[in-house]
Design a protein around this ligand. Structure first.
Ligand code: NDP
Ligand code: OXD
Length: 309
């Protein structure tokens, strides 16, 4: 029996250190240094390279170190008897909320415009918007989206949210299913994408979707780059059908240096930092899951491979 950490674009050492302290009885290795591929039964992954898990014939559990699993399911074929689990952590939800609040308030108060004006020494007052006149639509009302929706509603925003199943979240108008998608978008000033990436949600933010929003709306993508049809966004920004966009996630990460998004005057970019997994709290969940695995008990935060999230 052994645990294997397989990371791309993430430093495995802090994880190995914390997990080794908490699980003294099992060997914890970091790919590619593996003594016995047949002994590996529990893998901890972030963006594993294509088909890498095929090398380990006895995997029983794949633990994502993020809230999402698309970075695993997109690159691996996973047998039905393997359990896939992810991180659900209040800290992820709170950090996401603080990030989104910062962006939304900055947009209402024209912060980006004034930074651009200051660079050119331009004194030009713009009209600003206020919380009580702003409607936000949140796509995805799961552990993160549900929390964020409630916090925005508590502050006085009008909040609508879209999910597969109907939700009861105080102050949030719930819309569910494909038929309710357009009504959920209509008259919204801000669209926030917090969906997981699945076959159903890929390319969901496109020209048609964005045109359903209120005039002068603002789009924030913290879900996945593959949710967004990039050229459609550029087109709507250039024709002034959309006020601007804030993008934290991209089809290719890091965003290639030559990408149009970098220089677009109506686009703001952050390098996939909206809410980062906290090693200490995530490690506690992983340890708990490992103990459950050893005791043959149901694991925490399992995902459905059929649904894709
Ligand atoms: P959850 O799985 O808890 O929530 C997903 C939500 O999306 C659920 O409400 C679900 O509906 C809804 N949903 C899924 N598919 C559909 C569909 N086809 N139609 C309508 N609704 C749908 O995920 P989390 O809240 O934990 O995380 C969401 C995503 O946020 C992650 O997958 C990841 O991509 C992104 N993320 C980004 C981070 C960043 O730093 N940028 C950090 C962390 C996460 P229902 O509730 O009915 O099942
Ligand atoms: C995640 C992320 O999926 O960081 O957890 O995007």
């Amino acid at each position: 029996m052994s645990i294997l950490i397989i990371f791309n674009n993430k430093d495995p050492e802090p994880w190995k250190k914390v997990l080794t302290k908490k699980i003294a009885t099992t060997s914890i290795e970091v790919y590619p240094k593996v003594k016995d591929v047949a002994a590996v039964d529990f893998v901890i992954c972030w963006k594993p390279e294509k088909d890498i898990l095929k090398k380990f014939p006895n995997i029983k559990v794949i633990q994502s170190v993020g809230a999402s699993i698309d970075h695993i399911t997109n690159s691996q074929t996973i047998a039905e008897n393997i359990v896939v689990t992810r991180i659900v952590d209040m800290k992820l939800s709170i950090d996401m909320w603080e990030f989104l609040l910062t962006i939304v308030l900055a947009q209402l108060k024209n912060t980006k415009t004034y930074i651009q004006q200051q660079e050119k020494r331009i004194w030009d007052q713009k009209e600003y918007k206020s919380i009580k006149n702003t409607t936000i639509t949140i796509l995805g009302l799961g552990s993160i989206g549900g929390y964020v929706a409630k916090e925005f509603a508590d502050l006085g925003f009008t909040v609508k949210g879209w999910s597969n199943s109907r939700k009861e979240i105080s102050g949030v108008k719930s819309f569910n299913g494909v038929d309710a998608f357009d009504s959920c978008l209509s008259q919204s000033d801000v669209l926030i994408n917090l969906l997981p990436l699945t076959d159903e949600t890929r390319d969901i933010i496109n020209r048609k979707t964005l045109r359903k929003l209120a005039a002068d709306a603002f789009f924030i993508n913290v879900g996945r780059g593959e949710h967004l049809v990039e050229n459609d966004l550029i087109e709507l920004l250039d024709t002034n059908e959309l006020a601007g966009a804030f993008l934290d996630v991209f089809r290719t990460e890091p965003l290639p240096k030559e990408h149009l998004f970098w220089k677009h005057p109506k686009i703001q970019i952050t390098p996939h930092v909206a809410s980062l997994t906290n090693v200490e709290s995530a490690a506690n969940q992983i340890v708990e899951n490992y103990r459950r695995f050893l005791d043959n008990r149901e694991l925490l935060n399992m995902v459905s491979l059929n649904k894709g999230y």
